[in-house]
Design a protein around this ligand. Structure first.
Ligand SMILES: Nc1ncnc2c1ncn2[C@@H]1O[C@H](COP(=O)(O)OP(=O)(O)OP(=O)(O)O)[C@@H](O)[C@H]1O
Ligand SMILES: Nc1nc2c(ncn2[C@@H]2O[C@H](COP(=O)(O)O)[C@@H](O)[C@H]2O)c(=O)[nH]1
Length: 285
């Protein structure tokens, strides 16, 4: 990665959409790149989108709204702040982990985050389900009432949301942003509806499915966890059957990990993510 360019000292102030041509010209001369570009500035951060033509956002346009406007033609994104640069090339991609309830997603994630504590960050979802013993509000989930969550969904605050086993679950845009602003690999643990909905967004993650070796073993694990009522177990197993079928669909996931032996599954996950881990580590140096 090239050295930090001194022109960044001139980065404009919050919400400023003034003449950026000099700044951009120096930046692209420095990177050797000459695309048509457009940009948005918020909280000292400038996001430059390479696109077919220049679109200037109105002052005060939020990055989320702007990304939506630009989506069809943006093919790359470069963002930098007064403190550092991340190019679209080197920024690690988020990771979406999905799979039936009880397949072992959280178990694998906890291990990954323990081994690479500064590299990964979990996107903390919102849910209307009740906390399980030991679950901490704001760490495991944001536990909220349904009416509040529905209002936030209507207000456009969620990247995706789904109804799962009688409860609402969702990823807020803020949850992903909070992790990415720390230059960490953002992990999203979502159900299959979440996967489909995320595919309509611009976050461009790696999609990994964690599957149990069989439905019988899944049931044993779900029961062994002792977190669900009999009714909830039955509903989760019903959804799991569909999930296990869908995960085989061509193009749904980049990789499928069968979590039989935990150690082997973990090594496979680590291997799949090694390039992203390297990117995140080099950005953090
Ligand atoms: N490879 C494995 N072998 C045996 N038990 C496992 C294995 N992986 C996970 N488990 C156990 O299975 C149970 C379910 O795992 P976990 O809670 O990680 O699943 P999950 O996919 O995150 O479920 P949910 O989607 O409901 O959050 C846990 O009790 C966990 O200890
Ligand atoms: N679409 C979304 N699914 C989510 C989200 N957070 C979690 N989940 C999925 O829900 C089920 C059940 O989770 P549990 O904690 O009640 O066992 C599981 O498959 C998760 O992957 C979310 O934000 N969006």
């Amino acid at each position: 990665m090239p050295e930090l360019n001194p022109i960044l000292a001139e980065a404009p102030r919050e919400n400023e959409t003034g003449d950026m041509s000099r700044l951009l010209h120096s930046f692209f001369r420095w990177t050797g790149d000459e695309p048509a570009v457009t940009w948005i500035i918020t909280r000292g951060r400038i996001t430059i989108m390479k696109s077919q033509r220049i679109i200037s956002p109105a002052p005060g346009t939020t990055p989320a709204a702007f990304t939506t406007i630009l989506k069809p033609e943006a093919f790359s994104e470069i963002s930098f702040s007064r403190w550092g640069i991340n190019t679209g090339m080197s920024q690690p991609r988020p990771v979406v982990l999905s799979g039936p309830s009880g397949a072992g997603k959280s178990t694998l994630l906890k291990r990954l985050m323990k081994e690479f504590e500064d590299v990964f960050g979990l996107s903390v979802s919102h849910t209307t389900r009740k906390p399980r013993p030991g679950e901490v509000d704001g760490t495991d989930y944001h536990f909220v009432m349904r009416d509040k969550m529905e209002r936030c969904i209507k207000a456009g605050e969620f990247l995706e949301h789904a109804e799962f086993s009688g409860n609402l679950y969702g990823t807020s845009k803020w949850a992903v942003k909070a992790v990415q602003e720390q230059n960490r690999i953002c992990i999203l643990d979502v159900d299959l509806q979440g996967v489909k909905n995320i595919k309509t967004t611009t976050i461009n993650p790696i999609y990994i499915s964690v599957q149990p070796p069989s439905l019988q073993i899944l049931e044993t694990r779900l029961r062994g966890r002792q977190t669900e009522t009999e009714d909830a177990i039955q509903r989760r197993l019903h959804t799991a059957r569909q999930d296990m079928e869908m995960s085989k669909e061509q193009g749904m996931f980049d990789e499928v990990i069968v979590n039989d032996d935990l150690e082997e599954a973990y090594l496979k996950l680590k291997d799949l993510l090694k390039e992203e881990i390297q990117k995140a580590e080099s950005i953090r140096k």
